[in-house]
Write a protein that binds this ligand. Structure first.
Ligand SMILES: CC1=C(CCC(=O)O)c2cc3nc(cc4[nH]c(cc5[nH]c(cc1n2)c(C)c5CCC(=O)O)c(CCC(=O)O)c4C)C(CCC(=O)O)=C3C
Ligand SMILES: [Fe+2]
Length: 374
């Protein structure tokens, strides 16, 4: 039960980059932040006030505080540590889309300290409007606000099939399964990610493998690795959590709770819930999975455990640092191959023009940076 920390390429030069930005979603730090945060998240999206109040309740279960900010700070510290361990000098900074510290403020400070070229890691492993293009729209808006002081920003490609990310997820599943009677043998793994509208799924599949297909590939890769390690057949499926919006609008299904009921009806008695769609145990994981999905399983008489998200697991952090140094080398004009796990190719460094254009069936028309240009 060890994590394979992949042999790292001997790259130690971060140039042309002079900072690494972790760009994330943001979340409230206390009860008074909850509604202003939710207004930021839903600005311009036509999400009804009732839905905000309902989502706000989820946060109030946790004293109005999302775990996401601490988790991002832990990831910043882990990235700094891994860079230091490799003798790479590259400051790591943090900015969010929807709450303090806002990206624009972080970038303004970085520029004041002389940062001219910054590589961004977004905290979404998979490409879709929400996980990729929306971050690039957000970064474009921040640069527009900074005008002449704006640094140049690149964005790291989606990392769902980076070997360390896949391996860290596999390891988390093994650890969780060790808490089930008989371990993985006879268990069903329910891989979970955030649901998105069907229109967003379709748009994600226009220029390459879509959001669903990216997850299916990770599922297949982990299943194969587990089957080989344990010599057992792995039964698994992909389900979705956290759908919102108008119930008449189709989103990716099955919902994780409905799916657990179906599995229970088919006689499944042991489940590992594996939230491969998220990189940290934030609110969707804490509420939708640990509160709701585990309760559904208990009601159905199914033993269920929830695997950790990759968080700051060594294989994951090390894989991200590999990607950063490889990208830097490519920007310097060196030829460095992108390593992947699974059957899909590495996504291009810059998102293809016209990719992930649709949010809810309409083209946003919002300016972007570093790919997705129409
Ligand atoms: C694909 C995806 C990711 C993963 C990629 C990524 O990381 O970006 C993600 C992450 C997150 N989503 C989060 C929270 C929310 N998402 C919402 C709304 C929505 N998410 C969507 C998709 C995604 N979301 C969609 C299609 C909507 C509908 C409206 C829209 O088109 O945007 C709403 C509004 C209320 C509601 O309707 O539920 C909230 C509060 C948090 C923070 C959690 C915390 O606080 O710990 C995180 C990390
Ligand atoms: Fe979301």
């Amino acid at each position: 039960m060890t994590e394979n920390v992949h042999p790292t390429v001997p790259l130690t030069d971060p140039l042309p980059y002079d900072a690494l930005l972790l760009c994330s979603f943001g979340g409230p730090n206390g009860p008074e932040d909850v509604i202003p945060f939710l207004r930021n998240v839903t600005r311009g999206k036509g999400i009804p006030e009732e839905r905000l109040a309902e989502v706000g309740e989820h946060y109030h279960h946790f004293d109005g505080r999302s775990p996401i900010n601490e988790q991002n700070l832990a990831l910043v510290a882990a990235l700094e540590e891994e860079l230091r361990r490799r003798g790479v000098s590259l400051p790591v900074i943090w900015g969010n889309r929807n709450w303090h510290p806002y990206t624009v403020d972080t970038l303004r400070d970085a520029a004041a300290f002389g940062a001219r070229r910054i590589l961004t890691i977004v905290t979404s492993a998979y490409a879709s409007y929400s996980g990729s293009r929306q971050y690039r729209e957000h970064l474009a808006a921040a640069l527009a606000e900074l005008k002449a002081d704006a640094p140049r920003i690149d964005v790291l490609r989606p990392f769902f099939n980076e070997p360390g990310f896949v391996d860290a997820n596999r390891h988390a599943i093994e650890e969780a399964a060790s808490g089930l009677d008989g371990g993985l043998d006879g268990a069903h793994i329910v891989y979970v990610t955030h649901s998105i509208p069907d229109t967003m799924q379709d748009a994600s599949a226009v220029t390459g493998p879509g959001y669903r297909e990216q997850h299916e590939d990770v599922r297949a890769t982990i299943d194969a690795a587990l089957a080989q390690r344990y010599g057992v057949e792995i039964a698994s499926s992909l389900a979705y959590c956290s759908r919102s919006g108008d119930p008449r609008t189709p989103w990716l299904e099955p919902d994780v709770n409905d799916h657990i009921e179906v599995l229970a009806g088919q006689g499944v008695r042991k489940i590992v819930i594996a939230p491969i769609g998220f990189i940290s145990d934030h609110m969707e994981v804490a509420f939708d999975l640990d509160v709701e999905a585990l309760e559904t399983a208990a009601e159905q008489g199914v033993s269920a455990v929830r695997a950790d998200t990759v968080g700051v697991r060594r294989a994951f952090v090390s894989g991200l640092v590999d990607m950063v140094l490889e990208r830097a080398a490519r920007e310097r004009g060196e030829t460095v191959e992108a390593r992947t796990a699974g059957s899909l190719p590495a996504f291009p460094d810059d998102a293809p023009a016209g990719s992930c254009r649709m949010r809810h069936g309409e083209v946003t028309g919002i300016p972007v940076i570093a790919g997705h240009e129409d």
